[in-house]
Design a protein. Sequence first.
Length: 179
Amino acid sequence: MVKKMKMAAINKYSYILKSWSVEMPNAPYSNRVAFERMKRITLVILLFGISFMLSFGQEVEQEVIDSIFIHSDSPSEFRLKMLENCENANFIAKQDIEKNQIKLFIVGGIAPVFCLTDPDFEKKYQVSYHDYGDLPAKEDCMYNYNSRVFEYLSKKYGKSWKKEIREDVFGLKEWNRKN
């Protein structure tokens, strides 16, 4: 049924395009040029419409796309932004922990905030802060990632890291309430 509708639309558009092959021998040059430009613009619009109709209903499963980003070598801050299912942020955190490239995500705003204690904390606990600024990943994705890192820090260092970590790390307060 959908294929028939698409074919009918294509046939309709091709009929319109064929009917435009009108010659304008007596028209001034500028009118002919304007008419040709109008034909080209309309043709482009029609082609976009046809391509949209042909692609309609051909959705790629988001799990496939998420799995591409989970197993990518791209930085985790980029991969986190691309995830649809935020449960997959746990896998990215696990990979970063295994590669010893652990990050803690912060949503800072337009101007990044740098604390004098950041380098000491990063060196001592082998993590790095990443400030998304005002264009963060999804909140659930950042929370899941940071929660996994908090669990790792607790297992490895006990409670000492909680006294030294920046208070604006995303999800820290909520995680502390739950744990």
